[in-house]
Design a protein around this ligand. Structure first.
Ligand SMILES: C[S@@+](CC[C@H](N)C(=O)[O-])C[C@H]1O[C@@H](n2cnc3c(N)ncnc32)[C@H](O)[C@@H]1O
Length: 232
Protein backbone atom coordinates (compact mmCIF):
# COMPACT_ATOMS: atom_id res chain seq x y z
CA UNK A 1 0.00 0.00 0.00
CA UNK A 2 1.29 3.44 -0.97
CA UNK A 3 1.96 6.27 1.49
CA UNK A 4 2.80 9.93 0.98
CA UNK A 5 6.55 9.31 0.96
CA UNK A 6 6.31 7.69 -2.46
CA UNK A 7 6.96 4.20 -1.08
CA UNK A 8 5.03 1.04 -0.20
CA UNK A 9 4.74 -1.27 2.74
CA UNK A 10 6.49 -4.61 2.18
CA UNK A 11 4.25 -7.48 1.15
CA UNK A 12 4.33 -11.21 0.52
CA UNK A 13 4.66 -10.34 -3.19
CA UNK A 14 8.25 -9.39 -2.37
CA UNK A 15 9.09 -12.76 -0.81
CA UNK A 16 10.62 -15.76 -2.58
CA UNK A 17 8.65 -18.30 -0.50
CA UNK A 18 5.44 -16.69 -1.79
CA UNK A 19 6.49 -17.09 -5.43
CA UNK A 20 7.76 -20.65 -4.85
CA UNK A 21 4.33 -21.65 -3.55
CA UNK A 22 2.53 -19.80 -6.38
CA UNK A 23 4.56 -21.65 -9.02
CA UNK A 24 4.28 -24.99 -7.16
CA UNK A 25 0.53 -24.59 -7.58
CA UNK A 26 0.80 -23.44 -11.20
CA UNK A 27 3.08 -26.40 -12.04
CA UNK A 28 0.41 -28.80 -10.72
CA UNK A 29 -2.32 -26.95 -12.62
CA UNK A 30 -0.27 -27.07 -15.81
CA UNK A 31 0.28 -30.83 -15.42
CA UNK A 32 -3.42 -31.43 -14.76
CA UNK A 33 -5.11 -28.99 -17.14
CA UNK A 34 -2.48 -27.49 -19.46
CA UNK A 35 -3.28 -23.99 -18.10
CA UNK A 36 -0.02 -21.98 -18.19
CA UNK A 37 -1.11 -19.86 -15.20
CA UNK A 38 -1.26 -16.13 -14.62
CA UNK A 39 -0.13 -13.72 -17.33
CA UNK A 40 0.69 -10.75 -15.12
CA UNK A 41 -1.31 -7.59 -16.12
CA UNK A 42 -3.11 -9.64 -18.81
CA UNK A 43 -2.58 -10.59 -22.45
CA UNK A 44 -3.21 -7.07 -23.79
CA UNK A 45 -0.29 -5.58 -21.83
CA UNK A 46 2.04 -8.44 -22.86
CA UNK A 47 0.94 -7.90 -26.47
CA UNK A 48 1.81 -4.17 -26.29
CA UNK A 49 5.30 -4.94 -24.96
CA UNK A 50 5.81 -7.46 -27.77
CA UNK A 51 4.62 -4.89 -30.35
CA UNK A 52 7.12 -2.35 -29.00
CA UNK A 53 9.94 -4.90 -29.31
CA UNK A 54 8.88 -5.94 -32.83
CA UNK A 55 8.76 -2.28 -33.93
CA UNK A 56 12.13 -1.32 -32.41
CA UNK A 57 14.42 -4.35 -32.01
CA UNK A 58 15.99 -6.69 -34.60
CA UNK A 59 15.01 -10.36 -34.39
CA UNK A 60 18.71 -11.27 -33.87
CA UNK A 61 18.84 -9.36 -30.57
CA UNK A 62 19.84 -11.19 -27.37
CA UNK A 63 16.91 -10.62 -25.00
CA UNK A 64 16.59 -11.27 -21.25
CA UNK A 65 13.23 -11.38 -19.43
CA UNK A 66 13.88 -10.83 -15.71
CA UNK A 67 11.46 -12.58 -13.35
CA UNK A 68 9.91 -14.38 -16.31
CA UNK A 69 7.36 -16.43 -14.34
CA UNK A 70 5.74 -18.90 -16.76
CA UNK A 71 7.78 -17.46 -19.67
CA UNK A 72 4.73 -16.27 -21.63
CA UNK A 73 6.30 -12.96 -22.76
CA UNK A 74 9.32 -14.71 -24.31
CA UNK A 75 7.14 -17.31 -26.00
CA UNK A 76 5.22 -14.47 -27.65
CA UNK A 77 8.57 -13.10 -28.89
CA UNK A 78 9.65 -16.55 -30.10
CA UNK A 79 6.42 -16.54 -32.09
CA UNK A 80 7.66 -13.29 -33.73
CA UNK A 81 10.90 -14.99 -34.88
CA UNK A 82 13.16 -13.80 -32.05
CA UNK A 83 15.72 -16.54 -31.45
CA UNK A 84 18.12 -15.45 -28.68
CA UNK A 85 15.78 -15.46 -25.71
CA UNK A 86 16.69 -16.06 -22.07
CA UNK A 87 14.18 -16.04 -19.21
CA UNK A 88 15.28 -15.96 -15.58
CA UNK A 89 13.52 -16.18 -12.25
CA UNK A 90 14.69 -16.74 -8.68
CA UNK A 91 11.97 -19.32 -8.17
CA UNK A 92 13.15 -22.76 -9.36
CA UNK A 93 9.47 -23.71 -9.73
CA UNK A 94 8.88 -20.78 -12.12
CA UNK A 95 11.87 -21.83 -14.22
CA UNK A 96 10.57 -25.40 -14.34
CA UNK A 97 7.08 -24.21 -15.34
CA UNK A 98 8.51 -21.94 -18.08
CA UNK A 99 10.60 -24.84 -19.45
CA UNK A 100 7.57 -27.15 -19.52
CA UNK A 101 5.33 -24.53 -21.18
CA UNK A 102 8.00 -23.74 -23.81
CA UNK A 103 8.51 -27.43 -24.54
CA UNK A 104 4.76 -28.00 -24.91
CA UNK A 105 4.63 -25.17 -27.47
CA UNK A 106 7.74 -26.37 -29.33
CA UNK A 107 9.93 -23.33 -28.55
CA UNK A 108 13.62 -23.65 -27.62
CA UNK A 109 13.80 -20.69 -25.22
CA UNK A 110 16.45 -20.90 -22.47
CA UNK A 111 15.21 -20.58 -18.87
CA UNK A 112 17.59 -20.41 -15.91
CA UNK A 113 17.48 -19.64 -12.20
CA UNK A 114 18.83 -16.21 -11.30
CA UNK A 115 18.42 -13.89 -8.35
CA UNK A 116 18.47 -10.53 -10.11
CA UNK A 117 19.64 -8.88 -6.89
CA UNK A 118 22.80 -11.03 -6.76
CA UNK A 119 25.72 -9.42 -8.66
CA UNK A 120 27.27 -12.88 -9.14
CA UNK A 121 24.07 -14.26 -10.67
CA UNK A 122 23.73 -11.20 -12.89
CA UNK A 123 27.31 -11.58 -14.18
CA UNK A 124 26.87 -15.34 -14.70
CA UNK A 125 23.74 -14.98 -16.83
CA UNK A 126 24.88 -11.89 -18.77
CA UNK A 127 28.28 -13.41 -19.61
CA UNK A 128 30.85 -11.35 -21.48
CA UNK A 129 28.39 -10.80 -24.32
CA UNK A 130 25.59 -9.26 -22.19
CA UNK A 131 22.10 -8.52 -23.59
CA UNK A 132 20.77 -6.15 -26.23
CA UNK A 133 17.46 -5.93 -24.37
CA UNK A 134 16.25 -6.50 -20.80
CA UNK A 135 12.49 -6.91 -20.26
CA UNK A 136 10.61 -6.66 -16.97
CA UNK A 137 6.88 -7.18 -16.49
CA UNK A 138 5.99 -6.96 -12.81
CA UNK A 139 9.36 -8.00 -11.36
CA UNK A 140 10.58 -4.56 -10.28
CA UNK A 141 7.13 -4.10 -8.68
CA UNK A 142 7.70 -7.29 -6.65
CA UNK A 143 11.24 -6.24 -5.72
CA UNK A 144 9.95 -2.87 -4.48
CA UNK A 145 7.82 -4.85 -1.98
CA UNK A 146 10.67 -7.01 -0.63
CA UNK A 147 10.71 -6.86 3.19
CA UNK A 148 13.93 -6.21 5.11
CA UNK A 149 13.24 -9.39 7.13
CA UNK A 150 10.70 -12.19 6.75
CA UNK A 151 7.90 -10.46 8.68
CA UNK A 152 8.98 -6.83 8.40
CA UNK A 153 6.71 -4.14 6.94
CA UNK A 154 9.68 -2.01 5.83
CA UNK A 155 10.79 -2.38 2.23
CA UNK A 156 14.40 -3.46 1.66
CA UNK A 157 15.71 -0.24 0.11
CA UNK A 158 19.00 -1.99 -0.66
CA UNK A 159 17.14 -4.25 -3.09
CA UNK A 160 15.40 -1.28 -4.70
CA UNK A 161 18.76 0.38 -5.33
CA UNK A 162 20.58 -2.74 -6.54
CA UNK A 163 17.95 -3.45 -9.21
CA UNK A 164 18.94 -0.65 -11.70
CA UNK A 165 22.60 -1.63 -11.32
CA UNK A 166 21.68 -5.22 -12.22
CA UNK A 167 19.84 -3.94 -15.31
CA UNK A 168 22.85 -1.88 -16.41
CA UNK A 169 25.27 -4.76 -15.77
CA UNK A 170 23.08 -7.08 -17.86
CA UNK A 171 23.02 -4.72 -20.85
CA UNK A 172 25.51 -4.14 -23.65
CA UNK A 173 26.52 -0.54 -24.32
CA UNK A 174 23.42 1.28 -25.63
CA UNK A 175 21.27 -1.73 -24.69
CA UNK A 176 17.53 -1.25 -24.20
CA UNK A 177 15.40 -1.80 -21.09
CA UNK A 178 11.61 -2.14 -21.40
CA UNK A 179 9.64 -2.24 -18.16
CA UNK A 180 5.97 -2.50 -17.25
CA UNK A 181 4.83 -1.60 -13.75
CA UNK A 182 1.52 -1.25 -11.95
CA UNK A 183 3.05 0.41 -8.89
CA UNK A 184 4.90 3.27 -10.52
CA UNK A 185 3.76 5.85 -13.08
CA UNK A 186 5.72 6.53 -16.27
CA UNK A 187 7.27 9.65 -14.75
CA UNK A 188 8.20 7.82 -11.55
CA UNK A 189 9.93 5.08 -13.56
CA UNK A 190 11.84 7.68 -15.59
CA UNK A 191 12.97 9.39 -12.38
CA UNK A 192 13.90 6.12 -10.65
CA UNK A 193 16.19 4.96 -13.47
CA UNK A 194 17.50 8.40 -14.49
CA UNK A 195 21.01 7.86 -13.12
CA UNK A 196 21.73 4.99 -15.47
CA UNK A 197 19.14 4.97 -18.25
CA UNK A 198 17.55 7.55 -20.54
CA UNK A 199 13.91 7.31 -21.55
CA UNK A 200 13.44 6.58 -25.27
CA UNK A 201 9.75 5.73 -25.43
CA UNK A 202 6.47 5.17 -23.61
CA UNK A 203 3.72 2.68 -24.47
CA UNK A 204 0.13 3.84 -24.13
CA UNK A 205 -2.28 1.62 -22.22
CA UNK A 206 -5.98 1.85 -21.47
CA UNK A 207 -6.55 4.95 -19.33
CA UNK A 208 -9.07 5.88 -16.67
CA UNK A 209 -10.35 9.21 -15.40
CA UNK A 210 -10.66 9.77 -11.67
CA UNK A 211 -11.39 13.08 -9.95
CA UNK A 212 -10.61 14.94 -13.18
CA UNK A 213 -7.17 13.33 -13.54
CA UNK A 214 -6.40 10.85 -16.30
CA UNK A 215 -4.22 7.86 -15.39
CA UNK A 216 -3.20 4.45 -16.69
CA UNK A 217 -3.58 1.18 -14.79
CA UNK A 218 -0.06 0.16 -15.83
CA UNK A 219 2.95 2.05 -17.19
CA UNK A 220 5.41 0.78 -19.81
CA UNK A 221 8.59 2.77 -20.43
CA UNK A 222 11.55 2.07 -22.72
CA UNK A 223 15.07 3.18 -21.79
CA UNK A 224 18.51 3.12 -23.36
CA UNK A 225 21.62 2.54 -21.27
CA UNK A 226 23.49 5.80 -20.86
CA UNK A 227 27.10 6.00 -21.98
CA UNK A 228 29.42 6.75 -19.05
CA UNK A 229 30.14 10.27 -20.35
CA UNK A 230 26.41 11.07 -20.81
CA UNK A 231 25.69 10.48 -17.11
CA UNK A 232 24.33 13.68 -15.57
C1 LIG B 1 4.56 -10.19 -10.64
S1 LIG B 1 5.42 -11.66 -11.07
C2 LIG B 1 5.62 -11.39 -12.83
C3 LIG B 1 5.94 -12.66 -13.58
C4 LIG B 1 6.09 -12.48 -15.10
N1 LIG B 1 7.11 -11.47 -15.42
C5 LIG B 1 4.78 -12.09 -15.74
O1 LIG B 1 4.68 -11.00 -16.29
O2 LIG B 1 3.85 -12.89 -15.71
C6 LIG B 1 7.04 -11.27 -10.43
C7 LIG B 1 8.09 -12.30 -10.75
O3 LIG B 1 9.36 -11.82 -10.31
C8 LIG B 1 10.08 -12.91 -9.76
N2 LIG B 1 11.11 -12.30 -8.89
C9 LIG B 1 10.91 -11.53 -7.79
N3 LIG B 1 12.08 -11.16 -7.25
C10 LIG B 1 13.06 -11.67 -8.04
C11 LIG B 1 14.47 -11.63 -8.00
N4 LIG B 1 15.14 -11.00 -7.03
N5 LIG B 1 15.15 -12.25 -8.98
C12 LIG B 1 14.49 -12.92 -9.96
N6 LIG B 1 13.15 -13.03 -10.03
C13 LIG B 1 12.44 -12.39 -9.09
C14 LIG B 1 9.01 -13.75 -9.07
O4 LIG B 1 9.41 -15.08 -8.82
C15 LIG B 1 7.87 -13.65 -10.09
O5 LIG B 1 7.96 -14.66 -11.06
Amino acid sequence: MRDNSDSFEASRLGRKDHWDSVYDRELSNFAETGDIGEVWFGEDVAHKMVRWVVDNIDTGARILDVGCGNGHLLLELANEEYTQLVGTDYSAQAVELAKQVAQSQGFGVEFVEQDFLSPMDVARVAGAERFDVVLDKGTYDAICLKPTDADAVQVDQGAVHIYPVSVVNSLKDSGVFLITSCNWTEDELVARFADHLECIGRVKHRSFKFGGAVGQTVATVAFRKKQPDSKQ
